[in-house]
Design a protein around this ligand. Sequence first.
Ligand code: DQA
Length: 147
Amino acid sequence: MKLLILNGPNLNMLGVREPAIYGRQDFKALEAFIRETCAAEGIECELFQSNHEGALVDKIQEAWGVFDGIVINPAAYTHTSVAILDALKAVSIPTVEVHLSDVSRREDFRQVSYAGMACLKTYMGLGFEGYRRAILFLKEYLEGRDA
Ligand code: DQA
């Protein structure tokens, strides 16, 4: 089982960026957490972070026929990007959305998730744990589907 883990803009600034909202652990720690989670579950993973919408779209397109599932935190593009939504729909790879913070309790402009419209599930407000839940959910979903 191969999962692609995508992180959008400014998530590389974790640890520095608004620690009251996103915590004090940095992006390297998040990447290590994701890699450890996948290794413990016997899942192969590739991690990709970009501050550029088109780079995320390219990566989603390239995932077609290569990855079984996608975990995505589109960050600010969550609330603006029809291009990311369309890319997820184009490849139709089972995808789970993650947000570190609880976006449902934040500003009005964060209340729409375009990417989320192409996702099986969303985890928010759980910090790093949201990524673990997303990975476990996809594992169970993909194993069930292939059984
Ligand atoms: C975020 C929430 C988004 O609204 C925000 O733009 C981010 C991070 C989160 O993980 O909580 O950059 O996706």
